[in-house]
Design a protein. Structure first.
Length: 319
């Protein structure tokens, strides 16, 4: 096959010259136009269609955003639970341990965020929240450990504080003279009675009203008994002591550890006494206090009121 040759008439020379289609300039212009058209076409197509790789990336981004939102909501929920725990913690300290100490000091608060297409900022906020939550959980763990210690100490204190009647007195008929001014049965003078008397037959068991240690014990012949006859003093700790006087005999020794409800001796009429009874005192911070306020474990409110009325109506003490 023969190539067809083209000629162009040149007016200046009045002659024909062979026409060359493939000059460098024409080639470059042609290629440039083709490249531009290709780019326009690619941009047009890509605006409506995604490549498999782009589709996968978009799917991954969508999944990650969903996961971040889930994590964010879980963090907010955990923080809400932690706030509830801290609130209960404060209530325990204020109501049970009678402490007004704020248990929320040092805790940081989380705030809920929206993405607003700022993914870097959102990821950073998630890291910040996790850091704050970790810090708050560590503080709460420390406070809860402290709370366990306080509860243990409080439980120990509850077993030691005097809280029951020192003799079996379910019908309350053994209640005699109470706290206040009374006529002394022997000296016949008006004298302040610092305890609570319980009348009972000789040999009636006497119980320790709280856990403690026998700190003092003396017989009626010992000057240290000071008219209390056979006497026992129990040190309960926490600044509490109890005194049991006019006993017939002892059931414990000095230095012995006793539990609430344990028999420590028996009712008698030793010392300055006009009849078989137990003289019972409660001492707080080295000051004698009204024992009637320390019978709460063995009395209902109605029985408590009854024992107050009985002890107040008797104007003469037994010792």
């Amino acid at each position: 096959m023969k190539w067809i040759k083209f000629y162009v008439f040149k007016g200046d020379s009045l002659s024909y010259e062979k026409f060359n289609f493939f000059t460098l300039k024409r080639i470059l212009i042609f290629l440039g136009i083709q490249l531009l058209l290709s780019l326009v076409l690619v941009l047009f197509i890509s605006s409506f269609y995604s490549t498999p790789k782009e589709k996968k990336l978009k799917k991954d981004v969508k999944y990650l955003i969903s996961e971040f939102n889930t994590v964010n909501q879980q963090i907010i929920k955990i923080e809400s639970i932690l706030d509830h725990v801290k609130e209960n913690d404060s209530i325990i300290y204020e109501s049970i341990f009678e402490s007004t100490e704020s248990r929320k000091k040092g805790f940081e608060t989380l705030y809920e965020d929206e993405i607003n297409n700022d993914y870097d900022a959102f990821v950073e906020s998630i890291h910040t929240k996790i850091s704050i939550l970790d810090k708050n959980l560590s503080k709460e763990l420390y406070l809860l450990n402290d709370l366990v210690g306080e509860a243990t100490r409080h439980q120990d204190m509850l077993t030691r504080i005097p809280a029951i009647q020192p003799i079996d007195n379910k019908d309350l008929k053994r209640t005699a003279s109470g706290w206040g001014w009374r006529i002394h049965p022997i000296y016949k003078i008006r004298k302040f009675h610092y305890g609570l008397d319980f009348t009972a037959p000789v040999g009636t068991p006497i119980y320790s009203t709280g856990d403690g240690i026998i700190e003092f014990i003396a017989s009626s012949t010992d000057k240290a008994s000071q008219g209390y006859g056979n006497i026992i003093i129990i040190n309960h700790g926490y600044s509490y002591k109890t005194l049991y006087g006019h006993m017939s005999k002892f059931n414990v020794k000095k230095g012995q550890t006793v539990k609430r409800g344990q028999i420590i001796g028996f009712v008698g009429s030793t010392g300055l006494s006009t009849g078989p009874h137990l003289h019972y005192e409660v001492i707080k911070d080295n000051e004698k206090v009204n024992p009637i306020n320390y019978l709460f474990n063995s009395l209902t409110p109605e029985e408590y009121q009854t024992i107050i009325e009985i002890s107040n109506n008797i104007k003469k003490s037994y010792d």
